[in-house]
Unconditional design. Sequence first.
Length: 163
Amino acid sequence: MRPTTLTDTAQIERLFADFLAAWTAGDAEAFGALFTDDSDYVSYDGTIARGRLEHERNHDKLFRGVLAGSALVGELESVRHLTPDVAVAHGTASVLMPWRATLPARRLSRQTIVLARTAAGWKISAIHNGRVRPVTVPEPDAFPSKMSQLMARVARRLGLGHR
């Protein structure tokens, strides 16, 4: 293993830019080449695909089908090196459909990306893509919390639910 350098972060930034560019070009082969052979891809809907070839096949269908002509827009927010050969990155990358000039708020997605240094450079080992849907957590004394507390007490008294 080698020590982490600024060059490593710059290479990861380039990889993320290539991720956006390959999608926008509709190039499934270039998109797949960004992943390790044994990588995992969790989509925004929670489905999981395993392996570079599966990612390439899935995205080829998307790029030729329902996402034809789309662009992937976003930015890398952070890179943290866990070891000299493993990093975790967070970024936004959201699909902009060809008939839109701006991204609707409901389409905003955030990714957690695990990257591994390989003989061919940095590659995506795992990516988890989720929609950005901020939730306001009610205070413990707010009505929704009070109702939940009441339902929990009733369920316990009746012997319902988990224990």
